[in-house]
Write a protein that binds this ligand. Structure first.
Ligand code: NI
Length: 180
């Protein structure tokens, strides 16, 4: 396993649109294993490939708690096929915006299709934290960060502080359930 460096905002590499994967091969499977390990170590519950500098539509996540068995999800070319008309608010954080949190409103339930690590097309229905986390990660694939979904005032405040933090050396201490 290789730990991958996580890009933190503000950084133009987090604002690009990722490209679909044509076929999952051993190289990508290794990348996904490294992404999972990187996410577990961080710690966080979700990580998208652009956050480690790879512009491909790949997401890994795992909502299991520290004392539970790991339940990793790997989503390749994920696409929403349905979203609920009902919204829910969750306090989101992100490995690319260490130490910052904000309430984000998103649809409360979703359905999606994706490729698994064996190139099989699969579908998934999600609600609760899983639905929130998947939507947060899908945003990363389109260059959207959770701060793009809050007020400009709050966004600019967070980005300014992150810029400052980049110049100093700070270690984030967070509840991983909010680091998507
Ligand atoms: Ni994130």
């Amino acid at each position: 396993m290789t730990m991958l460096p996580i890009i933190t905002a503000p950084d133009p590499r987090l604002k690009r649109t990722a490209k679909p994967v044509a076929r999952v091969d051993d190289g990508l499977r290794k990348l996904m294993d490294d992404m999972l390990e990187t996410m577990y170590q961080a710690p966080g519950i979700g990580l998208a490939a652009p956050q480690v500098g790879v512009l491909k539509r790949i997401v890994v996540l795992d909502l299991s708690k520290e004392d539970e068995e790991r339940r990793p999800h790997v989503l390749i070319n994920p696409e929403l096929t349905w979203v609920s008309g009902e919204d829910v608010t969750y306090e989101e954080g992100c490995l690319s915006l260490p130490d910052h949190y904000a309430d984000v409103v998103r649809p409360s339930a979703i359905e999606l299709s994706y490729l698994d690590r064996d190139n099989e097309t699969r579908t998934l229905e999600a609600d609760g934290l899983l639905a929130t986390c998947i939507q947060h990660e899908l945003d990363h694939l389109d260059g959207v960060l959770f701060v793009d979904r809050i007020s400009a005032l709050k966004r600019n405040m967070i980005l300014r502080k992150l810029l400052k933090a980049k110049k100093s050396d700070t270690t984030p201490s967070a509840d991983p359930a909010h680091v998507l």
